[in-house]
Design a protein around this ligand. Structure first.
Ligand code: G4P
Length: 534
C-alpha cells in the first residue's frame, strides 16, 4: 500500500464514529437527533429535521400511507462533524410499527445509543433492539432523557438496566434535581457541575455555566437540599460503583450512562463529547477471507438496506452500503460477490435527512446510497481486489404472520414476481406451508407496517390486489440441524411447521408459553429466534 493511502485511511478511520439510536417511540429520538445535529453545526435551528421530513413527504409517493399515518417508514443516514470527528448517525424508524429495516440498520452500526425516558425506564421496543445489539456485541451508551420532567430515581433506573439487560452501568454524569428543579448535571470525570439555563424549546445551544465541585458558590447556586443530595449520590457512586472500563464498554458489557434533557439541550453536548471519546471507531469485519481491517487498501462493503421508489419521478431503488474497508471513489468499478458481475458505481449518494447529495469519496464507517436497478440484495458484498464476502445479515424473528392471497388468477405471474422481488429486497420474510396443496405464501414480519407496505406495493408496482388473512402465531423458531433434527423427535404439539424461503423448517407458536413447553419436552431440540446466516 502506498504510504499516502495508508495514512489517509488511518486518518479517516480514526476520525469516524458510527452509531444508531435505539429507543421506544416518544423517548425523544427525533429531538435528540436534532440537537446532535445542532451541536454538529449541520443545522442551525432545531426543527429542521422535522421540517425536512415534512418537505420530503410532499415529494415522495412513499407514500400516501406515510402521510396518512404521520410516520416515518424509511431510515436515513445523517452525517455531521463535531470537533475532529466525522459522525454517521444511522437513523431508524421510530414508530411502533417498526420493521426489519430497523434491525438491519443495527447490523451496519458500530455503536448504539440507548435512549430512555426517565419516567418510563426500559420499554418493549428498546428491549428488542437491545437484544439485536447484544447479539452483535456492540457498545451501548445510555442517555436518560426528559430530566426536565418528573421521573424515576436515577439509581433505580441504573438498577433496572443492570437487572433486566445484564449490563454493568457506569454513570458518566449525574443529574442535579429533576422536573422543574432540574438544574444540570455533574460531570464525574472533570468533577465539575454544569448548570444550564432553559432556552425556548432548546432551539439554540444551551447556556452552560461550569463550576468546580469545590467552588464556594455552589451552595448558593444550587438549592441546599439539591446540593446535599448530589454530595450523597456522588459519595455513593464513587464508593460502591464500578470504575469505567472501556474494554468492557467496547465488548458491550458495560454501558456508560448520561442524563439530560434533549428538548432543553441540557447535557446533550457533554454527552456528545464523551460519547465520541469512548465510542468504537470502525473496526474489523468477518469475511470469507477472515477478519478484514478497515484500513485494508481495497474497497469493500455490504448492502444492509434497500429502499424502493424514494423518488416517484424516477421509480428508482437505492441500496445502502456500509463501507467496511478502503476508500470508495465515485465512478469506481467493483465486483459483486454473489453474482460475480462487475459494476460501475456511477451515481453514489450521501443521504442527509432524506435529501440526496452526491458524494465523491467515502471510507470505512460511512454509508453510501447506490442506485440499484435490481442488482443488489440485502447482505450482498461489493469489493475491489481479491474476492471476499461478508457474513450475511440474519433474518430476524418475525412476530406477525399472514397468508397472502391473490384472488385473481389472471394476475398469477405478476403476483409471483412481486412477492419474490419484495422478498429479495427484504421488505418481508416469506414462508410456505409444508402442505404442497397450500401454495399461498405466508408473510412473516416484525411489524404490521411491513404487511401494509407489501400490499401497497403489489398493487402500485405490480398491479395486483391481494387479500391478507392473519394467522394466530406470534413466535417463530428456526430448528438447528434442520429437517433431520426435527424429524428425529417425531410429532410435535401446539406448533405449526412451515418452511422459510430457503426450505428450512420453522416452527410457529401461538405464544412463548407453547414454545417453552416444546423446549421442556424436547431439550435436545435447539431452537433459534434468528435464522442462521448462510
Ligand atoms: P421519538 O422520535 O423518539 O418518537 O420522540 P420525539 O423526539 O418526537 O419526542 C416525543 C415527544 O417528547 C415530543 O413531544 C418531544 O418534544 C418530547 N421530548 C423529547 N425530548 C424531551 C425532553 O428532554 N423533555 C421533555 N419534556 N420532552 C421531550 P410532542 O409533544 O409529542 O411533540 P412536539 O409538540 O414537541 O413536537
Amino acid at each position: 500500500m502506498s504510504t499516502e493511502l495508508e495514512s489517509e485511511l488511518h486518518k479517516a478511520v480514526d476520525s469516524r464514529r458510527n452509531f444508531a439510536i435505539i429507543s421506544h417511540p416518544d423517548a425523544g429520538k427525533t429531538t435528540l437527533t436534532e440537537k446532535l445535529l445542532l451541536y454538529g453545526g449541520a443545522i442551525h435551528e432545531a426543527g429542521a429535521v422535522k421540517a425536512r421530513r415534512a418537505q420530503r413527504k410532499a415529494t415522495s409517493d412513499w407514500m400516501a400511507m406515510e402521510q396518512q399515518r404521520g410516520i416515518s417508514i424509511t431510515s436515513t443516514v445523517l452525517q455531521f462533524d463535531y470537533q475532529d470527528c466525522q459522525i454517521n448517525l444511522l437513523d431508524t424508524p421510530g414508530h411502533q410499527d417498526f420493521s426489519e429495516d430497523t434491525y438491519r440498520t443495527l447490523a451496519a452500526a458500530d455503536n448504539a445509543v440507548m435512549l430512555i425516558d426517565v419516567a418510563k425506564g426500559l420499554e418493549p421496543q428498546t428491549r428488542k433492539l437491545f437484544e439485536v445489539c447484544k447479539l452483535r456485541g456492540i457498545p451501548i451508551f445510555t442517555f436518560v432523557n426528559k430530566l426536565d420532567r418528573p421521573g424515576r430515581e436515577p439509581l433505580e433506573l441504573l438498577d433496572e438496566i443492570e437487572q433486566e439487560l445484564g449490563l454493568v452501568t457506569y454513570a458518566v454524569n449525574w443529574p442535579i434535581g429533576m422536573g422543574d428543579r432540574f438544574k444540570g448535571v455533574y460531570d464525574r470525570k472533570e468533577q465539575q457541575i454544569h448548570l444550564f439555563e432553559r432556552s425556548a424549546h432548546g432551539s439554540r445551544e444551551a447556556v452552560d455555566t461550569v463550576v468546580d465541585l469545590g467552588d464556594a458558590r455552589i451552595e448558593e447556586l444550587l438549592e441546599q437540599d439539591l446540593y446535599y443530595q448530589l454530595k450523597n449520590d456522588i459519595e455513593l457512586l464513587e464508593g460502591v460503583g464500578p470504575e469505567l472500563d472501556l474494554e468492557l464498554v467496547h465488548q458491550g458489557k458495560m454501558t456508560p450512562v448520561f442524563f439530560g434533557s434533549a428538548m432543553t439541550n441540557f447535557g446533550v453536548e457533554l454527552f456528545l463529547k464523551d460519547f465520541l471519546e469512548y465510542a468504537l471507531k470502525p473496526g474489523p469485519h468477518n469475511s470469507t477471507v477472515g477478519e478484514v481491517t478497515p484500513i485494508y487498501p481495497e474497497f469493500s462493503g455490504f448492502v444492509f438496506k434497500l429502499q424502493a421508489n424514494m423518488d416517484p419521478k424516477h421509480r428508482d431503488r437505492v441500496a445502502f452500503i456500509r463501507v467496511c474497508t478502503g476508500k470508495f471513489e465515485k465512478d469506481m468499478t467493483v465486483s459483486h460477490a454473489r453474482t460475480g458481475k462487475t459494476i460501475r458505481l456511477s451515481r453514489p449518494q450521501k443521504l442527509f435527512a432524506q435529501e440526496r447529495e452526491s458524494i465523491d469519496v467515502a471510507y470505512a464507517g460511512d454509508v453510501i446510497g447506490l442506485n440499484n436497478p435490481g442488482v443488489f440484495a440485502i447482505g450482498d458484498t461489493i469489493y475491489t481486489g481479491q474476492k471476499l464476502e461478508y457474513e450475511g445479515i440474519p433474518y430476524f424473528s418475525p412476530e406477525l404472520f399472514a397468508v397472502l392471497r391473490n384472488p385473481n388468477p389472471s394476475k398469477f405471474k405478476q403476483f409471483q414476481k412481486g412477492v419474490s422481488e419484495l422478498r429479495e429486497e427484504g421488505a418481508v420474510q416469506i414462508m410456505y406451508s409444508v402442505d404442497e396443496a397450500k401454495r399461498d405464501p405466508i408473510l412473516a414480519a416484525v411489524g404490521q407496517l411491513q404487511f401494509e407496505v407489501v400490499q401497497f406495493r403489489l398493487q402500485n408496482e405490480y398491479g395486483v390486489e391481494t387479500l391478507l388473512e392473519l394467522l394466530p402465531y406470534s413466535v417463530a423458531r428456526w430448528v438447528e440441524g434442520g429437517w433431520e433434527a426435527l424429524n428425529k423427535i417425531g410429532r410435535v404439539f401446539n406448533t405449526t411447521t412451515v418452511k422459510d424461503s430457503m426450505g428450512r423448517p420453522v416452527l410457529l407458536f401461538r405464544n412463548e408459553w407453547n414454545c417453552n413447553q416444546l423446549q421442556e419436552d424436547h431439550p435436545e431440540l435447539k431452537l433459534s429466534s434468528i435464522a442462521p446466516v448462510v
